[in-house]
Ligand binder design. Structure first.
Ligand code: GRF
Length: 207
């Protein structure tokens, strides 16, 4: 059995994707351990999930730091101290700073609740994404797992899953359809990355 990978998750909110990754690591579906949860929101429910699972928590509210660069450097240092080798964003609503992408080149993944490259970019998060999809009368939506670079939602897409959009859908019902599909897709991609079946350098956001 190859050595377990060491994952850090960054989350700002509920953390249900974090939970899916956590469960898959604990059950052995993913050959990794989640060694750190970083949140920029002190009241994020993801923190409660981490504490219940005895995962180390780092609350990093950017307004408490002199600059975003200092904030980012502290996060990178904490990850390096824990020998993190894969970073998973799971509903992390802060822009990832260059210092993080430089510290973990081609090692940061994100899940986005739409079929990128459509409905990504600044401001496209949470219900805004689903509202835009509904406004455009799309027949389908879904989710994408991608490598993270310094531009919002622009790194290479690794995998996508689709769901049909019906005329009765609201942002909430669409989010409700996409969420379970996200858990499955994110777990599969992280599983395959940790098993060496997906070569992140070959997919490379940073060459
Ligand atoms: C998910 O829809 C994910 O695609 C997006 O943010 C949401 C996070 O949900 N990046 P949760 O906090 O994992 O429940």
């Amino acid at each position: 059995m190859p050595e377990k990978r060491r994952i850090a998750v960054l989350a700002s909110g509920n953390g249900s994707n974090f939970q899916a990754l956590l469960d898959a690591c604990v059950s052995g579906v993913i050959n990794a351990e989640i060694v750190l949860l970083v949140s920029n929101k002190r009241h994020a429910y993801a923190i409660t999930r981490a504490r219940l699972a005895h995962v180390k928590v780092l609350v990093m509210e950017p307004e408490k730091f002199k600059s975003r660069t200092v904030h980012c450097a502290k996060i990178a240092r904490a990850m390096n101290d824990l020998n993190v080798d894969l970073v998973c964003l799971a509903g992390y609503l802060l822009k990832v700073e260059p210092c993080l992408t430089r510290s973990f080149p081609n090692r940061i993944l994100n899940i986005h609740p739409a079929l990128l490259p459509k409905y990504g970019g600044k401001g496209m998060y949470g219900r805004h994404v689903h509202e835009a999809v509904l406004l455009a009368k799309e027949a389908e939506s879904g989710c994408s797992v991608h490598l993270v670079n310094e531009i919002y939602d622009e790194g290479p897409v690794l995998a996508q899953a689709r769901v049909p959009v019906s005329p009765e859908d609201t942002a909430d019902t669409l989010a409700g359809k996409i969420h379970p599909v996200e858990y499955k897709l994110y777990v599969e991609v992280v599983r395959d990355v940790c098993a060496g079946k997906i070569d992140l350098d070959a997919k490379g956001a940073t060459k």
